[in-house]
Design a protein around this ligand. Structure first.
Ligand SMILES: CC(C)(COP(=O)(O)OP(=O)(O)OC[C@H]1O[C@@H](n2cnc3c(N)ncnc32)[C@H](O)[C@@H]1OP(=O)(O)O)[C@@H](O)C(=O)NCCC(=O)NCCS
Length: 207
């Protein structure tokens, strides 16, 4: 058995491995419980994946997704039941962390319900609100969002994500923000309305 970067042809097996675990019940929480992944998502992000293989069989996987300035998510970690507790989960995580260093990513986070497992591997919990809003997109797609979330955010070595400032743009932006983006500030009061009754954020296109 060995680890290697995933190939396009691994997708059906990765999907089967992840989705079988995702379909497990709360009673099987210790051994399963992860978000299902669609074929589209896997094919689009296959370069993020490392797999554990035995001949043609995919027995484990883990992904690293670059998401923001200096920030990447370690996700979709799964090791097939038949080879669990042999160090492959650790091996997958450590390989993915080495990849993060090569990528120049300082802060690797994961959202997990296997806190103890990740603590053994050097991760420490952080407040999820410290993660940039950009990464919450995945949460908002999750059926458990705001009702039954059982995951904690953890970062490798307890590192903090950079706090980036995104200037406000759009109708309520100050004229200075428009100017900074090379847009002409417009007079909101006199501009044309959209069909929904709202004013467009900027003036009519320059001819
Ligand atoms: C979590 C999972 C990836 C662990 O894989 P594994 O190959 O069994 O883990 P390893 O053998 O590498 O274990 C590494 C260490 O973590 C410990 N460990 C393993 N599973 C653990 C768990 N569920 N809780 C706490 N510690 C755990 C091991 O005892 C070992 O400790 P040690 O290094 O002190 O001896 C695997 O159980 C799995 O695929 N679970 C289902 C999917 C899942 O929950 N994925 C995580 C989603 S966030």
């Amino acid at each position: 058995m060995r680890l290697r970067k995933a190939r396009n042809t691994d997708v059906p097996q990765i999907r089967a491995l992840i989705n079988e675990m995702a379909a497990r019940t709360d009673q099987d929480h210790q051994h399963g419980h992860m978000l299902p992944r669609s074929l589209t998502e896997l094919y689009e992000h296959i370069r993020d994946y490392t797999v554990l293989i035995d001949g043609d069989r995919v027995l484990g996987c883990c992904a690293l997704q670059s998401q923001w300035d200096g920030l990447a998510e370690l996700k979709a970690l799964a090791v097939a039941d038949e080879v669990q507790n042999r160090g492959w989960g650790r091996n997958l995580v450590e390989t993915v962390l080495a990849g993060a260093e090569e990528l120049g990513v300082d802060c690797v986070y994961t959202l997990t319900n296997k806190m103890e497992f990740f603590e053994r591997l050097g991760f420490a919990p952080i407040n999820m609100r410290e993660l940039p809003q950009r990464v919450w997109t995945e949460c908002t797609n999750c059926p458990k969002f705001m009702v039954a979330c059982d995951e904690v955010a953890m970062t490798y070595k307890g590192r903090r994500p950079k706090q980036t400032f995104i200037p406000i743009v759009g109708v309520n932006a100050p004229a200075a923000a428009h100017l900074a983006l090379g847009l002409t500030p417009r007079n909101h009061a006199s501009g044309p309305m959209n069909t929904d009754g709202h004013q467009p954020p900027f003036g009519p296109p320059k001819s």
